[in-house]
Design a protein around this ligand. Sequence first.
Ligand code: TLP
Length: 348
Amino acid sequence: MIDLRSDTVTRPTPAMRAAMAAAEVGDDVYEEDPTVRRLEELAASMLGKDAALFVPTGTMGNQIAIHLHTRPGSEVVLEARAHIFNFEMGAMAAWSGVIPRPVVTADGLLTPEQVADAIAPPVSYRTPTRLLCLENTHNLWSGLPIDEARTRALADLAHAREIPVHLDGARIFNAAVALGTTAAALAAPCDTVMCCLSKGLGAPVGSLLAGSVDHLREARRVRKLFGGGMRQVGVLAAPGIIALTEMVDRLGDDHARARRLAEGMAELPGVEAVPDRVWTNILVFRLAPAPAPEPPAARLAWGLRERGILCTAFSDRELRMVTHVEISDADIDATLVAARQVLACLYR
Ligand code: TLP
């Protein structure tokens, strides 16, 4: 199978498996796992923060940050297609008692004016805004990387109103590679940042939440509250160290393949919108309405599956394809040939 559903589908490399077998471990709830300590120190330095905490999932990292920064009965401002809003199971309401204030944008890029409008004025009768969440790269906007200047403009505005900023940087290293900068620079304007090891970097499990020493001390407590205190977890931190040290530089290959996929898809019948700005490893695109009983996105996904290719239908007309370390140039060619066959039938 050519699996383009997500970059989460990658399997650990032989080096990662060897590191797992050899990892030195201890009880991490007692902060005694040396491999976890090493991973956390490495991640903190790569993200330009004082401290970092290893967490099982990106969702938990984001939700710990939300819990840290907010109080029940308050609002979180974020872009309407943000992962935290669309894919995290309403966790901010369930775990922290806060509600999202989604802001619809034309292109995934929040503007300072939009954020200013979304923040509640400091009066006693309005639901208070307690947090701004950003996402980089922006998954549902075709992996859009957001530069430091935009991040800083939004964060400065929030900070001027005493609102902290959390960055969902699940794919921040993709953003850094695409923009020719560092993850630390992209995260610098934000109070906390979450990054995932288990996406484009190829580790089997794990994410990190990074920020100030004070935030991270509290984050450790909240991780336990959420059931995320882990024991001899150096076996999972070890492949994470390889992810951060050996897998970042190759992300550009995934980006080039996603761009070629986007260019090829854009030429196929029924493909309505393929962003010409696919800078990282995610391609989200729409199909034209089709004269079939089933929605066209499901038809394309099924047709591809029959030909050994997996992708995700996000809605009736929207699909996503994601490149990663297990996708080759030949896989892109095969996907384009198969998609042409399916779409030629669907839009004849
Ligand atoms: N994204 C997954 C799915 O949940 C959609 C994927 O396949 O892309 N932030 C962002 C921007 C993400 O894309 C994801 C996962 C997360 C957070 C959550 O990470 P996990 O799955 O580790 O909880």
